[in-house]
Design a protein around this ligand. Sequence first.
Ligand code: C5P
Length: 228
Amino acid sequence: MKAAQKVFVALDNMERDEVLAFLPKLSTKVGGIKIGLEMYLRFGRDFLLEAKRFFDGEIFLDLKLHDIPNTVAKAIHGLSGLPISFLNIHASGGSAMMQAALEAQQEALPRTTLLAVTVLTSLDDSETQSIYHTGRSDSFKRLLLEIEKVSGLGVVCSAAELELIPNRAIVTMVPGIRFEHEISSGKIQDQKSVFTPEQALEKGASFLVMGRSITRAPDLERALSLLA
Ligand code: C5P
């Protein structure tokens, strides 16, 4: 299955040297890497430029920005000049914030796609009830309506939520992916609902986020070959 170029490998819980040694093994084998808030705060913006020297592919900077419109816009301007293909914000910041973020992205990072995070997968129905006064699916649909008020945003969501997106033209970045053999042997760690790369792509995912299935694979070559 040719999923490899749609996969962004989540580089979580790694030291700087470990990441730089790991990147050449992924270079050209997958579409991109995902650098999260923790790594960005620890290693700084220059780390993204350095990572690009070791990895020929795209970067998704997973900062999940969430603040008042002006602050989010200014934060995005602060990323100007970085080699970022995807950046994300929280949809729950509201449509005015998302619009301000989109305008800032168009000015400061014109080649970047801005994605909106909907309901965090760490929240279950009872938690979305207490925050949004409705279950997960309805909370997702409400946030999607806010996202659709701002044309040009993509969405970060689980594969289970893809069918709740009527507009198939929206770019989707889908985490919660595990290989078939990991699901059948129960190796899904803290993810509650997981899908294989094939299942997520069949459901319409544009891109996939895969972390530990790749970064902690006992045999990296074999893991990457499953995507080739
Ligand atoms: O190791 P694993 O494949 O579970 O890594 C998933 C990555 O995707 C992590 O970086 C995690 O923060 C991120 N993520 C997620 N669920 C979301 C959004 C992002 O697991 N809804």
